[in-house]
Ligand binder design. Sequence first.
Ligand code: GLU
Length: 482
Amino acid sequence: MVRVRFAPSPTGLLHVGALRTALYNDLFARHHNGKTILRIEDTDRTRFVEGAEQDFIDMCEWAGIKFDEGPTIGGEYGPYRQSERTDLYRQHAELLIERETAYYAFDTAEEIDAMRTRQKAAGIAPKYDRSSMRNQFTLGAEETARLLAEGAEHTVRLFVPLVGETRTTDMVRGESVFANRLIDDQILLKSDGFPTYHLANIVDDHHMNITHVIRGEEWLPSLPKHIIMYEAFGWDPPQFAHLPLILNKDRKKFSKRDGDVSVVDFIEKGYMPEALVNFCALLGWNPSADREIYTYEEMTEAFEIAKVNKSGAIFDYEKLDWMNGMYLRSVPVERIVVDLLPMLKERGQEPSEAYAAAVVTLVRERINFTHEIPDFADYLFGEITEVDEAYREKHWKGETPERVAELAVRLDDLAPVDWTDARIEEVVRGYAEELGVGAGKLIHPIRLTTTGKKVGAGMFETMTVLGQQKTVARMKSFGESQ
Ligand code: GLU
């Protein structure tokens, strides 16, 4: 059975890149009828942010990602917070020491710094120098035992052989070979007794029976180390898939400098979950060259790691906005109304739900966000507050006032049941024909007098929603006010 995990560290609010990782894990698991596990990797206490875990849970729920096991759900393999499993990691560090694939090191931070400075001066890549530092090998068994008994501060490091090579396989990138002499003796247990990410991650993936590790490309350099650790434990590694970097328009890593990157920021900006999820899913994967819009079910059905790209994916805000518009147009109108009513209330406008729904239906083809509606359709929720001057100059001259006045009378004469797009159109076009002018000669002045704006939804539909009384009244009073 496929078992994947989303393993974020609670160091801040959920980043959209992390949302993509969670999403790919979930799509992969669902595609294979497997399970998605949420594991909180909170062993780095210096970077711990209160509330981050709850944010991860809330944001994933908002996005429709459902975990089968996790800190607040439970499950067979918990606990799911690494800080609650530290004994397990310590036991495993000891196991490696017994097998002589890990060792004690007693170097202070200053000694490590001095080593780095020496290496830098000599032009050597930074790497723990087992032969010159203060560790089990250089100090000998007796001194090591004495220091441990004395409670001396120490770390436990992975023993990486100096010879040979390590082969890694990645489902996205294929095979790679690394010379062992270039791989660092990774710290497994820190001096505070907490495991590093590397130890905890591997022990957990093994004990939680994780079959596939799907994570960001930034972890790719750690893969050879991880493979050495699996060998050291004598465990079969899971399969790995490293997802391409997310880049900004300048092809640099998409980061805080590019603006808001937390999922909650996107929610606050009015993005709909379906849009953000669809957009994030296509950051590095698309099952088809000529399609962009997919439901969660369709993505689940189509998801294949083999189709994930190697090259970085550009975070294109324009595309995201367009996608939001696509979803704004396809979800039930009521969903938009629920968000819209409080926005209007803040402006002192309290239309009925039915009226708000009619406005949404009318204007949503032309906007991308719900929060654009109060301004875009202000004349439908309140009176006209401003008239586009250039538009007025162009369309309010000569015979226009007279024609609008006549049209107002004719429209007023329509029976209330006839106040429909079709009947209004008939009246307007009929009058244009009588005059021997194009319908535009009437439609622009109507738009001007009833909305004050050059841009809006279809004029006849707008009039229908605005209602007979208001439409006629505005057409009349505009003329009078000029
Ligand atoms: N805790 C790591 C992170 O936050 C997880 C990396 C992994 O999935 O192995 O990115």
